[in-house]
Design a protein around this ligand. Sequence first.
Ligand SMILES: [Ca+2]
Length: 331
Amino acid sequence: MEKLMSVCKLWKIACTLLVTVPGYVKCLPVEGVQPCTAGGRAKYSMVFTGKWTQSAFPKQYPLYRPPAQWSPLIAVSHSSDYHMWRLGEYASNGVREFVEKGEAWGLMKEVEAAGEKIQSVYGIFSAPASTSGTEQTSTEFEVHPRHSLLSFMARIVPSPDWFVGRDSFNLCEGNHWKEQVSVDLYPHDAGTDSGFTFSSPNFATIPQETITQITSSSPNHPANSFFYPRLKHLPPMARVTLTKLRDSRVIGISTVQSNLLPMGNEIDDSISETPLDCEVSTWSSWGLCMGKCTQMGSKHRTRYIRLKPANNGNPCPTLEEEKECVLDNCV
Ligand SMILES: [Ca+2]
């Protein structure tokens, strides 16, 4: 709640950043981005739906202190010469603070600086934090033909430096604005903390690595919270739906208010279940040979369950083994 309040405070500052770029701004064509010739600005609603359920992501699903949830979502409408974050590039300090601690100040400052310096940012806005993995939050925002790209991110809580988001999603299509579009979101690693699990202690990555997408097989390490060797692809962790609003008049600051939808935990489509196989430790060493001197003795070794199976994953194998042995103190 405190974090939410602080973002709401940030908000007022952020709102002043809503840069209405006056006059002609020279826009250099950037590879892959089609010039937008839509007639005017457009207003959109943005609904973020968490899909981080225990059935879709059973491995190490955070249940306590804190349970699975999302930070506020920070988003920017901008032109192609600005990037909030990019796959394969290093996270900025502001992004690092946001994805590791949920602190948005640094990131807001960076956006503000980009807005002032290269006039590449049209607006910054945020949707409130979620208190569960499956909540919905929403906000509204505006785009401009010269600033038709949307970038956003929300921190996965708890996590070392993981987030979901999208870089430079273009809402313009030639001479018109897209009416409605949904985007599935997958986990990313900011490359700034080396923790392997949701609740790993803070452990800075030195030297810093670039931003990567986390998949069911990468990082390829059984300890990783998203490592599901039986899955080809991870299920989406969240979805964002962007809907063009009919009334596209500029209403000033009120257009960037954010609010919680009163819908609570709703997941519209089928709940995916990810099988989680049992994981056991290595065997202990064999125990002493025990028994009566008139017959063969027996010895035992054991192993323990590291990860309980879920959603019809492979059951646990036997945890105890017995072997015949010759008693060595029978004469
Ligand atoms: Ca990392």
